[in-house]
Every structure is written in C-alpha cells, then in structure tokens.
Design a protein around this ligand. Structure first.
Ligand SMILES: Nc1ncnc2c1ncn2[C@@H]1O[C@H](COP(=O)(O)OP(=O)(O)OP(=O)(O)O)[C@@H](O)[C@H]1O
Ligand SMILES: [Mg+2]
Length: 254
C-alpha cells in the first residue's frame, strides 16, 4: 500500500491554480525532498498530503484511503498517522517542553484528556517523552519553558513532538530556514536518520539544494504548481535545476 497516491490532482484557491494535475506515488519509507521557488506550491502540497486542505480536482489517497470518502472521525484517525512539522514549528512558547510534546497527540485523545495530561502527566508518558528527548540530545530540557531554548533546540522539540505521535509519515515544511547552515544540516541529517531507522515515510520541503541532494534519495521539483522534476537525487543535474528554478522573462523585468 502506497503512503500517498495523487492522480490528476489539482488545488485551486478561488481562480488561482496552486497545484495542477499532479501524478505522484510515494511508497512507505521513501525519503523525498520537495524543492522549488517560493510560491511553487510546496506548502500547498504538504498540506494536501496532511489532509489539511482538499483537492479541487482528481484523487488523493493517503495510506490507502481515498480522503474524500471519509467521515470526519475516520479522517482524524488517518491524520493521527501523519506528523507535520510546520515551517515556524508551531510550538507554544510559554509552555514547558514536555507540554508542547504532549500536544502532538491532540486529536488522538479528547480535549479534556489532553488538558489533564498537560497538568498531571502520567509517569509512563513522561518516560516516553524523556526517551525521545534523550535520543535527540536534549533530555535535560524536559521541564524548561520552550521560549528559553535556542532555535536549534526548539527544532528538536518540534521533531520530538512529531515522533511522540508515533507516526508512519513525517511531513516537514522547511523546518531549517531559521537556523545557521551547520544546524540546518544536522537537523536534516537527524530527520533522515530517524526516518530510516523507523522506516518512516519522510517528505520535506527545503530550499537548500545541496542538502536535498545529499540526504534524500528522491527529489520532486515544483514549478508554478506543476511537477518539473521527479527522480533520484543523483539525476538532478544542472539542466534539471535550471528548469525548476529559471526565472521567466516577466519575473526578470520586475
Ligand atoms: N489559502 C490560500 N489562498 C490563496 N492563495 C494561496 C493560499 N495558499 C497558497 N496560495 C498561493 O499558492 C501558491 C503556492 O503557495 P505555497 O505556500 O504552496 O508556496 P511554497 O512553494 O510553499 O513557497 P515558499 O517557498 O515561499 O514557502 C502561492 O502563489 C500562494 O500565494
Ligand atoms: Mg512554503
């Protein structure tokens, strides 16, 4: 069963076509980088794969299920298998680290249950969170206020929150844009290591082409909402990159 199957899938916002007739199959445990200029549709595609937005045309299958036929309850269950790390991480800065991580399970539990966990976490859950933070090298931050952590540490908290969900799929929307190049590289490396070890499907949008080429076996290049490249990292040559990134003459004259 594929992790994702898109067939002739389009997304429209009003009159604007953000994604145009995409055909994409993504298999379990694939690691894929999404590249493309600003506005090419990377975030829109990730939101579609996270069932946060719906297609205006064509088919979307997530983990073998056609999303447009699902009840809200089934859709919530399906989404609990997918963890999403948004570009700005989506952490609540005045909560403690463990509380932000617990919020990763919202949707799997009742709101009341989650609130109770946040106030009085069970020992067993704290141990799980500790173990995840330990594997990411920031176990000592468990009880700290999230706002007191550095940017790189906050990235790890966002990753810990995603892993606490125990997902099959990890979607990450450029989670490395706000840190220095060394930290960006180590985050991409860590995400890939965790995805490989746990056989997770990893799909990450990224502006840094070198990192995309170094770590992701498959790369999809979007351009104006269309697929301009879909292939291996090794075949992503300068000609392919030019097709993905070249400026149109009207863009040059702006
Ligand atoms: N909710 C929306 N309503 C209208 N237009 C939208 C909406 N969301 C996205 N768009 C448009 O769709 C296009 C693709 O946006 P998207 O955010 O997917 O680009 P991106 O590739 O993620 O860009 P970036 O690299 O800057 O993050 C853009 O032109 C954007 O303005
Ligand atoms: Mg984006």
């Amino acid at each position: 069963m594929a992790s994702f199957h898109l067939s002739n899938t389009s997304v429209q916002f009003g009159q604007f076509h953000a994604l145009k007739s995409l055909h994409i199959d993504i298999q379990p445990a694939e690691r894929l980088a999404l590249i493309g200029t600003s506005g090419s549709g990377k975030t829109t595609l990730l939101k579609l794969l996270n069932a946060q937005i719906t297609a205006s045309q064509g088919e979307v299958q997530i983990l073998g299920e056609k999303v447009d036929t699902l009840s809200p309850k089934r859709l919530r269950q399906l989404r609990s298998h997918i963890a999403f790390i948004p570009q700005h991480l989506g952490l609540i800065s005045n909560l403690r680290v463990f509380q932000n991580i617990m919020l990763g399970r919202v949707g799997k539990r009742s709101t009341l249950g989650t609130l109770r966990d946040l106030a009085m976490p069970a020992d067993e859950e704290m141990q799980k969170i500790f173990d995840i933070l330990n594997s990411l090298g920031i176990a000592e931050k468990l009880y700290q206020r999230t706002s007191s952590l550095s940017g790189g540490q906050q990235q790890r908290v966002a990753l810990a929150r995603a892993l606490y969900q125990n997902p099959e799929v990890l979607l990450a929307d450029e989670p490395v844009s706000a840190v220095d190049p060394a930290r960006a590289r180590s985050m991409v490396q860590l995400l890939n290591k965790i995805a490989s070890e746990n056989k997770l499907t990893l799909i990450m949008s990224i502006h840094n082409i070198e990192l995309a080429q170094e770590f992701f076996p498959r790369v999809i290049g979007l351009r104006g909402g269309e697929i301009s490249y879909d292939g291996t990292n090794s075949q992503l040559d300068p000609a392919a990159l030019e097709r993905i990134y070249k400026l149109n003459t009207d863009e040059l004259s702006q």
